[in-house]
Write a protein that binds this ligand. Sequence first.
Ligand code: GLN
Length: 449
Amino acid sequence: MSDARAALDRITQMEDGPEGLNAFLALATPGDLDVRAVGRLAGVPVAVKDNLSTAGLPTTCGSRLLEGYQAPYEATVVRRLRDAGAVVIGKTNLDEFGMGSSTENSGFGPTLNPHDRSRVPGGSSGGSAAAVAAGYTTMALGSDTGGSVRQPASFCGVVGIKPTYGRVSRYGLVAFASSLDQVGTLGRTVSDAATLLGVIAGHDPRDATSADTPVPDFTSDVGRGVEGMVVGVPAEYFPEALDPAIKELIDKALARLVGAGARLQDVSLPSTSFAIPSYYVLAPAEASSNLARFDGVRFGVRQSGPDIASMYERTRAVFGDEVKRRIMLGTYALSSGYYDEYYGTAQRARSLVAQDFAGVFEQVDVLFTPTAPTPAFALGEHTNDPLAMYLSDVFTVTANLAGIPAMSVPVGEVDGLPVGGQVLAPWWHESAMLAVAGALEASLAGSAP
Ligand code: GLN
């Protein structure tokens, strides 16, 4: 039996049973699996987040508004997967349009964390992270606007990479906040996530923000080692309130990097506190503009009456609360009279965050921090408190604001729940980040439990 067929059987059996995680919104059919098994990912099943356009499978973005929508074309990253011989095994669950940190904002019910089914898998790429953690597939695609690949990777105990902005094409990724969105990869191992990144990266003339920058052999970077590298430890990512158990795991990981030949250096990124407020003005502002296309005129009108009023009514009725909150916040921030005070200020804060990184990367090769301030939280714990939910991105949004690459790699467990450490690197230096993550993974595998 092919790997893809075995994966499909495993997923169907598990997800249809009492232990189902609700990780998938759509699955390939056995007939879809007959692909030409040649290429770097010959025959490898890959799970794809449901905000990436796929021919032959619906693309809902986790929104009831797009239920049954079939994109008429494929995202460049999906096309590249197929060209490499991979099999798109199914579309994974997400917070509606990527807006959330727990996958609870999906219009199709939450995904459960395979390590503890009473907890969230993180979000918004929670379905992809859970699919990899549950062993359904070894690799998955996600998208990361403010942490949506890295935070669920941390919560589910897998590896998650957000590349440099412009490294990977956004063509066919349904836009949330275009200046922050990047497609990212998730894997069981650093090498899996790096290999998948190598397949999807590279210039795409269909995305005006895609850079024509050479793509290194990421897979070979993973085993390169960290001898002589300087790892920066930014004070602002270790606040007083940080869970001491997480701090301890991060400290142990840093010690292992030193054991592998790296040198640590304390650094400061003083504008870090501007990141969350800036992100939560800019991301909703861009979202309010991007989501204007879902006015009921072109998408999601199948069940509406023919008149414009009932189309609008349907759009209003089916968008989830978080999506409506973001549209309202964003429209307000962009409205005349408030534009400079909110949007303008947030843009200036964004520049300061980027300048901080540019400054410290003159002194260090990479930075190492916790990925998230806590392990996976309980289902329902933050659903009535959007601000608490937003704070789970406090360590991840900075990389999106600056456009730098960042990734999460497992560093251990707290009370049986996985915890990730975050490696951040200068623009286009994914190689350094992968070397550090690879060294950590190897040292963790070699250390006593
Ligand atoms: N959790 C963040 C938000 O809700 C980030 C989401 C993402 O990266 N797609 O906006």
